[in-house]
Write a protein that binds this ligand. Structure first.
Ligand code: FO1
Length: 325
């Protein structure tokens, strides 16, 4: 079975671990978000690609969800001692090794796809991880700031997310470079050839959004013969993890399981979804989602461990068979 997953970072990585536990024999392609990417100290960092790579490769820091296990922070301490900026993004020594290789290969003219293939080879990933595009796309957030000239300031997503803990009021979100971006090699094929397409519980705005925003990707999903099933990242009116509740209002989306389903839309009416999983806490939303023309089921959506994530993957694949046209 060929499964293609549009993935952000921590939530997607944890879901993928469950999907692999449930269907170890499946041929899984992961289209990774690169809108979080940034350059720090001359190093190119791809947080969502690295989170998937480390998590499925067994090298991730399980408690934080991002970065490397058994990490040390000597280089960062030196940067801080030099009062070098931006000190606020936690680059661990092992993690820096990844960024050194990525930056070196990119500087030799290799594409991000080629670099990702080289990096994931070391981790012997059981999936094919493809960046959404080889061109640079960087999410920026415009926030209200009374001290700034027009009362607003534009930040890289990571500065908004990590330095300011998503506490600044968001006025606008933009994916810089997205209009000039093309799907990376293999992205459109992975969508067209899939037997099932999955939207894991990632941030709909800054993780799934950029992937769908790459010219041609949304169209490919709409044209795909495979059923499209998503899993709500919002449980009981709040994100399970992360701060999607700070971003959804900025794009006029209700912070609820049904609100996100409405945002993605029903395939029946020109949108993306054939099926949508909500948590049992949101079982009351099932009729609302079905009203939209999307088949809905209420199942446990808290990925407390791999078995829980595997059960979610099973529910998603079961629903995919129910809605398969
Ligand atoms: N998240 C934080 O909250 N604080 C950090 O210092 C931090 C550093 C970091 C370094 C590498 C990396 O791959 C991810 C890192 N993250 C950090 C997480 C990152 O901001 C988020 O995982 C994604 O960008 C949002 O999906």
């Amino acid at each position: 079975m060929r499964i293609t997953v549009l993935a952000g970072g921590i939530g997607a990585a944890r879901f993928l671990r469950g999907l692999l536990a449930y269907r170890p024999e499946a041929d899984i392609s992961v289209i990774g978000n690169t809108g979080d990417d940034l350059t720090l100290y001359g190093l190119r960092v791809s947080p969502d690609l690295d989170t998937v790579m480390y998590t499925l490769g067994g090298g991730n820091d399980e408690a934080k969800g991002w970065g490397r296990a058994d990490e040390t922070w000597n280089a960062l301490a030196e940067l801080q001692a030099y009062a070098s900026t931006p000190w606020w993004f936690g680059l661990g020594d092992r993690d820096i090794g990844t960024h050194l290789v990525r930056t070196a290969l990119l500087s030799e003219g290799r594409s991000l796809s080629e670099v990702t293939t080289a990096l994931t080879a070391r981790w012997q990933l059981p999936v094919h991880l493809i960046p959404m595009t080889d061109q640079r796309v960087e999410t920026h957030v415009t926030v209200e700031d009374p001290d700034a000239p027009e009362g607003r300031r534009r930040l890289h997503f990571q500065e908004y997310w990590v330095r300011h803990h998503a506490e600044l009021p968001v006025v606008d979100i933009e994916f810089d470079g997205i209009d000039r971006a093309a799907p990376a090699p293999g992205v459109l094929d992975a969508i067209a050839a899939a037997d099932v397409l999955l939207l894991p519980p990632s941030n709909p705005v800054v993780s799934i959004g950029p992937i769908l925003g790459v010219p041609g990707v949304r169209e490919a999903v709409l044209a795909a013969s495979a059923p499209v099933v998503g899993l709500s990242p919002i449980v009981g009116g709040a994100p399970v993890r992360g701060m999607a509740d700070k971003l959804l209002p900025a794009i006029g989306v209700d912070t609820s399981a049904a609100g996100v389903a409405r945002h993605f839309g029903a395939r029946l009416h020109g949108g993306l979804l054939d099926g949508w999983l909500v948590d049992e806490q949101d079982a009351a939303a099932v009729p609302d989602v079905e009203e939209l023309g999307i088949a809905a089921r209420a199942v446990p959506l808290l990925m407390s461990d791999v078995d829980a994530a595997a059960a979610m993957a099973r529910a998603a694949l079961d629903l995919a068979e129910v809605v398969r046209r």
